[in-house]
Design a protein around this ligand. Sequence first.
Ligand code: URA
Length: 239
Amino acid sequence: MLVRLDKFLADQNFGTRKHVKKIIRNHTITIDDKLIKDPDFKFNPELQRVFIDGELIEYQSHIYILLNKPEGYICSTIDESYPSVLNLIDAQYQKRARLVGRLDVDTTGVLLITDNGKLNNKLIHPNSGLEKEYLVTYNRNLNDTDLQILSSKIDLYDDGIVQAKKVEQVSLNQAKITITEGKYHQIKRMAKRAYLEVIKLDRIRLANLTYGDLKQGEYRFLTEEEIENLKSLVKMEEE
Ligand code: URA
């Protein structure tokens, strides 16, 4: 994959685009022994080596992991009563990895993990409109009033007003609910408004990502196409 020199340096934590342009101007940067002064110069960092003032820049591409989270794992590193979801991924990625949003300890399903901080921030931004679809199992059968309440605007008080994008009953006591907001315990708090209790919660989709054949606890890396899709969702295609 070809990348621009200024983007490459920004991704390798040399600073903002503006700052790396200065570095390119003021330092000796060589790629394949050629002096490069053009920030737009495109090259393949997997195959070509970049030196700044004679020093090799170790290339680390971003990681994008989709984990099918099992129950009993927390989306943080500081609780000692439960293991962290990060324990489920290879040790070499754990230090760099950041979670894209959080799932409760008893929630299962799609969890995205990346070290691309910019994409992460954009995805979790309240205005991103990122769709999250859950298969929700309730403690009792659903009636029309419940479905109407779950589909209406719900005031979460300190967390504002939310409204499911889609509510679809799939069995007597189960519904698929798509939300875009992602407030703390949102699906469970919405259920409470209908005097329902969530007994099982599985995130089956995040944007266009599903866990497919992954068993709980298993993960895979996103494809280039999936990464580009996520970036275009948050208008990062040019990055
Ligand atoms: N809503 C919840 O209540 N819990 C989750 O883990 C995710 C959404």
